[in-house]
Ligand binder design. Structure first.
Ligand code: PEP
Ligand code: MG
Length: 591
């Protein structure tokens, strides 16, 4: 019989979620089978079992907070916020009530009762054919296995933390708490049977810049530890026992990428200007002060979107005005004279606070969120607006409201801002009296009312992540309908044009900070539609800059004219891609 480790090349195809290629030995992580003790308990001992549950929950909470802290230090607050969902599981009264009932009804030990509850809960979630809920089942399993470990006095074992040599990890599932604790030195990349682009583990992999493939559907059962593999995070492949031919081809690919990497490094100090002299402001989106380094390193011209929500989550209480002021001031001072656009709190949707009990809503993306929430929660808004104003003395701070749906909200927000400016004046606290105020255009009604909004603010920033989901009625988190989430849909293209035109007619500028800005294939289209500023993930600034420098506006405008008269989103995408590829073929060599 042939040795399976030595047999021929085998290729498994999954979903590419984090770019890069790595090669090395495979370590397949198997969850050790859990022997859960099951025994009867006398009536007098039942209360003690419930108490043990409470203790295990407290212990688990402490562990999760610790992991969360480690992640926010090692990665960023965005990634650490994933654990807010885990903490919520611990606070769920259904969990405590159901397990307590099982203990009393069946007169059994807490481990057995908890195990029964957790299995049932996960089965129910998994049975629902919904990619998002299945990801939540993964979160749930991560937490419940921790609770069980604590009940049984076991320290959670994580083979992946103790890697003795560089490995590609393969697992049925790698929950986010395990990805967060991966041994960074010896983990080359990872692949899992389950998962989607929006899964928390995938998000984490991108932050760690670890090549990753998910959705391999059972491959972990067929691959053995010790095999040699090549993981391709561009195409979503894991190749076991790669042949000489395959290795040669990947070697060629990496050699082809080397000059591109060199070119991208050269972009750092160059301006984002088209061949015919149109200057585009190319800035970066950030979530926390720690991202500043990357903004400077990749040559962004300031910050086009500071998502301040991440100052509010991962913590037990709200940040004070003073605390916020310190962060905003540091950001503004370090980037001066480059602009820093601070977006006011955009809570709700998929971003929530662990310590504030917000009502559960049927449609959180359409619910009590962002500016709607801030206009009602005045103390919270006041602290933030005052902190931003106080930080604006460096004269490079701009303030931006999220989720403006029409003039009513913008007028209200501006009136509140004026109130706090007056307060500061009375208190003799300095601020930039000319601070620019902008509105995010991310709701179709705002794009359609852009002419009126433009008369009430100093700039726009198109939030296409939301604008697309609201225009097309496609939930941006739902993998199942991801194919319908179409940035180049003719309706979206027209809304972008409408917004840019309205801005220019009123004499203000129009930026774009949704993910569309980070896709170089769409840069020609966005330039042609008249967008003045693009704000991308820091590491993607060089690619977009390279492309801008290879384009001319005449071609971009001709493309936009075509798009505005075209009925097919696919055709619009193809035309923009073709122009981008002809301008900078090297950028698209691996796609
Ligand atoms: C957007 O909606 O495009 C945007 C930039 O904001 P967020 O992704 O934070 O909703
Ligand atoms: Mg948004």
């Amino acid at each position: 019989m042939s040795d399976p480790l030595q047999s021929g090349e085998r290729v498994y195809k999954g979903i590419a979620v984090s770019a890069g290629v790595c090669r090395g030995k495979v370590l397949v992580l198997h969850k050790a089978a859990v022997e859960v003790p099951h025994y009867g308990v006398e009536e007098s001992g039942l209360a003690g079992q419930v108490e043990r549950l409470q203790q295990a929950l407290v212990e688990t909470r402490q562990q999760i907070l610790e992991v969360q802290h480690q992640v926010s230090q090692a990665l960023n607050a965005n990634d650490a916020s994933i654990f807010d969902a885990h903490l919520l599981v611990l606070e769920d009264p259904t969990l405590i009530d159901s397990v307590t009932n099982l203990i009393y009804e069946k007169k059994i030990n807490v481990e057995a009762a908890f195990h029964e509850f957790a299995e049932k809960y996960q089965q129910t979630l998994r049975a629902i054919n919904d990619a998002y809920l299945q990801e939540r089942a993964t979160d749930m399993r991560d937490v419940t296995s921790r609770i069980l470990d604590n009940l049984m006095g076991r320290r959670p074992q994580n083979e992946a933390q103790a890697l003795a040599e560089p490995c590609i990890l393969i697992a049925e599932d790698l929950p986010p708490s395990e990805v967060a604790l991966l041994n960074r030195k010896n983990t080359l990349g990872f692949a899992t049977d389950v998962g989607s682009k929006t899964s928390h583990s995938a998000i984490m992999a991108r932050s760690l810049q670890l090549p990753a493939v998910v959705g391999l559907q059972g491959a972990s059962q067929k691959i053995q530890s010790g095999a040699t593999a090549l993981l391709d995070g561009y195409s979503g492949l894991i190749i076991i026992n790669p042949s000489d031919q395959t290795l040669f081809e990947y070697g060629q690919m990496s050699r082809r990428r080397a000059p591109l990497e060199e070119k991208l490094r050269e972009m750092q100090l160059l301006p984002a200007v088209t061949l015919d002299g149109k200057q585009i402001v190319l800035s970066a989106n950030i979530e926390q002060i720690g991202d500043l380094e990357a903004v400077k390193f990749h040559g962004a011209e300031g910050v086009g979107l500071f998502r301040t929500e991440y100052l509010f989550i991962n913590r037990e209480s709200l940040p004070t005005e003073e605390e916020q002021f310190q962060v905003y001031r540091q950001l503004a001072a370090e980037l001066k004279p480059q602009p820093v656009i601070i977006r006011t709190l955009d809570l709700g949707g998929d971003k929530f606070l662990s310590h504030l009990k917000l009502p559960l809503e049927m449609n959180p993306f359409l619910g009590w969120r962002a500016i709607r929430f801030c206009l009602e929660e005045r103390e919270m808004f006041r602290a933030q607006l005052r902190a931003i104003l106080r930080a604006s003395t460096t004269e490079n701070v701009k303030l931006m409201y999220p989720m403006i749906s029409g003039v009513g909200e913008l007028d209200q927000a501006n009136a509140v801002l004026e109130e706090y400016k007056a307060e500061l004046r009375a208190e003799k606290i300095p601020f930039d009296a000319k601070i620019a105020v902008g509105a995010m255009i991310e709701i179709p009604s705002a794009a359609l009312a852009a002419d009126a909004l433009a008369r009430r603010c100093q700039f726009f920033s198109l939030g296409t992540n939301d604008l697309i989901q609201y225009s097309l009625a496609v939930d941006r988190l739902n993998e199942r309908i991801a194919h319908l989430y179409e940035p180049t849909h003719p309706a979206v293209v027209r809304l972008i044009k409408l917004t840019a035109d309205a801005a220019h007619t009123a004499g203000i500028w129009c930026g774009l900070c949704g993910e569309m800005a980070s896709d170089p294939a769409l840069t020609p289209l966005l330039l042609g539609l008249g967008v003045d500023e693009l704000s991308t993930a820091p590491s993607l600034v060089p690619q977009v800059k390279l492309l801008i420098r290879r384009l001319n506006m005449q071609q971009a405008k001709a493309l936009a004219d075509f798009a505005l008269n075209c009925e097919s989103g696919k055709e619009i995408l193809e035309r923009s891609q073709a122009l981008a590829k002809s301008a900078a073929p090297g950028l698209f060599a691996n796609s």
